[in-house]
Ligand binder design. Structure first.
Ligand SMILES: *Cc1c(COP(=O)(O)O)cnc(C)c1O
Length: 470
């Protein structure tokens, strides 16, 4: 296959893509779960001689689409979305064609400079004050790891990088139990140790408060431990919990401890001023992560980290060996020095296309619709007999359950086997609950209204089934 073949097949791929998206509503959202079924259809070894593209293409069509969970399906209500606007897909096609590596400015000047601009556009769009800069990572996991490594080194006065952690003080980090597992992972990878991530108790609203944080820090100081960082939850993955961001940042600042805010999902909603109350005080944070790939239409992967001052992070993660120097251009930004990997994709292009193709107002309308439809869906689900709302809508996320845990699990399985919608589970104070979040880029009100209709039908089939169980 050569570049002329690529021209032909790319046109075919564009048609395939358009048909695929137009037909998504006719597909089950989730792939049937039969482990090994896909692998069994592939040859056991790589071919010695070239396969014709026709054959590769035919196998793709035969094997892959039916083996996928369709993340861009308008009735994908599971996890959090990885929503992708058509404009971002177009940008990714161009990025694919250039196949660049944006490791330093010189290797892709446009990628670096558009990335700087997009971070600035987005900082303003979510209401952050002047002065924040930032970078685009693959995922929030990487952004949070970068922030944790930086906080670690600040606490160690940058000795950890040279000397390692052995024999040093016991560093302590603070977060609520509602924070994402990526925070635990960052703490583990950074050599802090899980037991030194203090899970501060939350209040009735599942929020870490300034007082609770203060108490935890005080107890640690009294025990001779060294508080090193606070990680705040702005829109938890389980049920959308928000810590008291402003209060906690106030406590951390008074204690001289840096802060990182995880707004991976909810950050996108902050382009709507009416939701900013939820993270009030965020402008005091040292670092904030949000994923435009979750709810802003800039497809996976696109995770933006805002930094009040990039200096500490660049000092922690930046290395500039002679083979990465750009002669006579010492002042330019080399984004690999802001993050863990050296090689980097050109992720800013899809953000540029998306923000321009819909405008902030177009994106706000989508998010406002999702939130309003989630509230409608909550009311329709609450009206079903035997169904309890476990957590009320937080932005576009709520959860529900049946009285009996086994019945809740069985209901979830029936819903997902039915295929019209896709939901996933969590635990709320130990109780199994089914999460509903609305955020697919193309979803319409009718798609959301199918949630309660499907649940109602599943419950009705159940009560008439001969061996109704459990
Ligand atoms: C999804 C999510 C993450 C992890 O995001 P990745 O980009 O997949 O690493 C972290 N925190 C929260 C709150 C999330 O919702």
């Amino acid at each position: 296959m050569n570049h002329e073949d690529l021209r032909l097949w790319s046109k075919r791929a564009a048609d395939w893509a358009a048909d695929y998206h137009a037909g998504l509503r006719d597909r089950a959202v989730r792939a049937p779960l039969v482990p090994g079924k896909i692998a069994a259809q592939l040859a056991d070894t790589a071919p010695e001689l070239p396969d014709p593209v026709e054959a590769i293409w035919a196998d793709f069509e035969r094997i892959v689409p039916d083996g996928m969970t369709h993340w861009q399906h308008p009735r994908f209500f599971a996890y959090f979305p990885a929503n992708a606007s058509p404009a971002s897909m177009l940008a990714e096609q161009l990025t694919n064609a250039m196949a660049c590596n944006a490791l330093i400015w010189q290797t892709s000047p446009a990628a670096t400079e558009i990335e700087q601009k997009m971070v600035a556009w987005l900082a303003e769009a979510v209401g952050l004050p002047d002065g924040f800069v930032g970078t685009i990572h693959d995922t929030a996991t990487t952004a949070t790891l970068s922030a944790v490594l930086t906080m670690r080194e600040r606490a160690l006065d940058w000795h950890g990088l040279e000397d390692g952690l052995a024999g040093g003080p016991t560093l302590r980090f603070y977060a609520s139990a509602e924070t994402h597992s990526s925070v635990d992972k960052a703490i583990r990878v950074a050599g802090i140790g899980q037991r030194n991530l203090v899970k501060v108790p939350v209040d009735d609203d599942r929020a870490m408060t300034g007082d609770a944080l203060q108490a935890a820090i005080r107890a640690d100081r009294a025990a001779g431990l060294v508080p090193a960082g606070v990680i705040l939850c702005a829109g938890g993955t389980s049920v959308g919990a928000f810590d008291r961001i402003g209060d906690c940042i106030g406590v951390a600042k008074a204690e001289g401890i840096p802060t990182h805010v995880d707004a991976a999902w909810a950050g996108s909603a902050m382009i709507c001023p009416e939701f900013r109350e939820l993270w009030a005080g965020v402008e005091g944070a040292d670092s904030i992560v949000m994923n435009p790939h979750k709810w802003l239409g800039a497809q996976f992967d696109c995770s933006v980290q805002f930094l009040r001052d990039p200096g500490p992070q660049v000092r922690t993660l930046g290395l500039r060996p002679s083979y990465l120097e750009t002669a006579g251009r010492e002042e330019i930004v080399n984004f690999n020095e802001w993050t863990v990997p050296l090689g980097r994709r050109f992720r800013a292009l899809k953000l540029w296309f998306t923000l321009r193709a819909y405008g902030l107002e177009g994106l706000r309308t989508r998010i406002r619709n999702h939130v309003a439809w989630a509230i409608e869906a909550r009311d329709a689900v609450a009206a079903l007999p035997g169904v309890d709302i476990v957590t009320e809508p937080r932005l576009s996320l709520f959860s529900f359950a049946l009285a009996d845990e086994a019945a809740t699990a069985a209901l979830l399985q029936r819903i997902n086997d039915d295929g019209r919608i896709y939901l996933t589970q969590t635990r709320v104070d130990g109780r199994l609950a089914i999460r509903v979040q609305v955020g697919s880029f193309d979803c319409q009100r009718e798609d959301v209204m199918i949630i309660a209709k499907t649940i109602k039908e599943m419950l009705a089939q159940w009560s008439t089934a001969p061996s109704a169980s459990p």
